[in-house]
Design a protein around this ligand. Structure first.
Ligand SMILES: [Zn+2]
Length: 449
């Protein structure tokens, strides 16, 4: 590979050595090490500052496939200058990369093994009342969170520190628990759920002198309103931030959709642009992941003098557009449908039996080690607690997944009996049978059968 002059790709500026070229490929392919990222960043930065493009050597001939270095505030990335395969607007002097070259497709953001592994490993809750702001500005390569670098198998993965922060809010506000039907006075409104997040944020701190709640908005419109209480608070807080952190404002909003760099809040016609990739869980069908609850961190622009800029974001899929109940995939959403149905059916058939549906966001400890079940049914019968029941949505069928489940399911059995649901069981054909199986299983395990 080489660096060529922008708009004049026949003019070579510099050759890229084999190690750097390999690092660049690995970075693009999401299989890089820290060392690769450093090398890739070096190549992209130098191409950018020399007004160059990068010519790939996967094709021989007069016209090589080209990549343009892109700098977005403090983040560098590469943009393909070839059209997609079959695009009628493709130019003959801008061929696409060869089959097998990682640059042949737009970068698959986030398909890292770490992200997938993460769901199989429990995260231990953080025991602190502090909520992290953004680190001080540093040049970095796009889209690789250092904290998800290759991990030792014994420790917990942390795919997105921001995602964990959102979980702390959801968990603290109790939004990952659907109370028993008998205790539900009315169907909770979205605004009430947002208020619970805000109320919980009062117990957390962004800085020693600032409660999180003062710097957290649950209204997307605040972003567009400089006179909002939230923006005014943020400006006021700026002198109080230590030099190791950028002054940060936080927002949690429901979103109907996201792209790699945009969030479409449910309450707005417009969108919020995010400077880095919007992170999200990667389980299941990409088309079936929204709606979302998003958490967004804002700073005050490159020079810290405004306007506010969304720097990073994490999008947690939620059950439906009018709840903030977290799920991790479309399949989990379908499994939850079954559980909610079972909850209602049993409330009718056995009104003295109360079932709450809990989605643990953090690890539950057992004698054999930590685990994180997909759902726990907390049941009481005539106000006396019954055994806890565990529902696992077995949505993947890869070897890695099976191996990880083989390790964690025995731990879950320490908490209570485990009911596994796999995708074929929720098909239209099998749904009725699965429903019956689930009800019978709940009754049998609570000694009511
Ligand atoms: Zn190529």
């Amino acid at each position: 590979m080489k660096v060529v002059l922008r708009q004049h790709p026949t003019y070579t500026i510099a050759d890229i050595d084999d190690f750097d070229a390999l690092s660049l490929r690995r970075w693009y392919d999401n299989s890089s090490s820290d060392k690769d990222d450093e090398a890739a960043l070096g190549v992209i930065k130098s191409a950018h500052s020399n007004d160059g493009w990068i010519a790939c050597d996967c094709l021989q001939g007069d016209h090589r496939p080209l990549l343009a270095p892109v700098r977005q505030s403090h983040t560098y990335t590469l943009k393909r200058l070839s059209r997609a395969v079959g695009d009628p607007l493709a130019r003959s002097d801008r061929p696409n990369h060869a089959e097998g070259c990682p640059f042949r497709f737009d970068r698959e953001y986030g398909a890292t093994k770490a992200d997938i592994r993460f769901f199989l490993r429990p995260v231990i809750p953080k025991n602190t009342s502090y909520f992290d702001g953004l680190p001080a500005v540093a040049d970095k390569i796009a889209d690789r969170d250092a904290s998800i670098a290759p991990v030792a198998p014994t420790r917990s993965d942390r795919p997105s520190a921001l995602g964990i922060q959102l979980w702390r809010l959801l968990d603290g506000a109790g939004l990952n628990r659907i109370p028993p039907i008998q205790d539900q006075e009315q169907i909770p409104k979205l605004t009430d759920q947002a208020k619970r997040i805000k109320a919980h944020a009062k117990s957390l701190k962004a800085l020693r002198t600032w409660r999180l709640s003062s710097l957290l908005s649950t209204w997307a419109t605040d972003y567009f309103d400089e006179t909002s209480f939230w923006q005014r608070n943020f400006k006021k807080s700026k002198p109080d931030w230590p030099s190791t952190q950028r002054p940060t404002a936080f927002m949690t909003v429901s979103a109907t959709g996201i792209t790699e760099s945009k969030i479409y809040p449910a309450s707005l016609a417009g969108h919020i642009d995010v400077a880095t990739r919007v992170r999200r869980p990667l389980r299941g069908d990409p088309k079936n992941r929204g709606p979302f609850l998003t958490i967004i961190n804002f700073d005050d622009g490159d020079d810290n003098e405004g306007p506010m800029r969304a720097v990073q974001a994490y999008a947690q899929p939620v059950y439906s557009g009018d709840t903030l109940y977290p799920v991790e995939s479309g399949f989990e959403r379908s499994v939850l449908d079954f559980l909610i149905w079972a909850q209602a059916a049993l409330a009718k058939a056995a009104p003295f039996m109360k079932i709450a549906i809990h989605k643990p966001l953090f690890a539950v400890s057992t004698e054999d080690g930590p685990c994180r079940p997909d759902f726990i049914l907390d049941i009481s019968i005539r106000d006396r607690p019954a055994p806890r029941l565990i529902i696992e949505a077995m949505g993947f069928d890869t070897d890695d997944y099976e191996a990880a489940k083989a390790a964690t399911v025995p731990r879950m059995r320490r908490i209570g009996p485990v009911f596994e649901i796999r995708p074929p069981q929720i098909s239209e054909k099998n749904a009725a049978a699965t429903s019956k199986l689930l009800l019978d299983w709940i009754l049998a395990n609570t000694s009511l059968a």
